[in-house]
Design a protein. Structure first.
Length: 117
């Protein structure tokens, strides 16, 4: 099993910045990619960004140029830097990790991000 613990959510003003973190523990060797999904009220969960062990990244069109995903392999941690967030970015953000094609097998508990003035 893999355990994922997110942190860094909260209230941020439009145009501000926020960084989410997700630390993985357990059977780390079973992971070759980590990423972030989000789910807004009344909407389906959607992919935000993913990053592989080799550093390849993929982003949702809605966040390209504003959000950056990165990882620290030594700390088994993935980050989501959210710059210039918009009210429509308000959602619960979930860390996701595993192998193959997203969505992966392991999920975090979620962290709320609210973008509001």
């Amino acid at each position: 099993q893999v355990q994922l613990v997110e942190s860094g959510g909260g209230l941020v003003q439009p145009g501000g910045s926020l960084r989410l973190s997700c630390a993985a523990s357990g059977r780390i060797f079973s992971i070759n990619a980590m990423g972030w999904y989000r789910q807004a009220p009344g909407k389906q969960r959607e992919l935000v960004a993913v990053i592989t062990n080799s550093g390849s990244t993929n982003y949702a069109d809605s966040v390209k140029g504003r959000f950056t995903i990165s990882r620290d392999n030594a700390k088994n941690t993935v980050y989501l830097q959210m710059n210039s967030p918009k009210p429509e970015d308000t959602a619960v953000y979930y860390c996701n990790a595993g192998r193959g094609v997203p969505p992966y097998a392991y999920w975090g508990q979620g962290t709320q991000v609210t973008v509001s003035s």
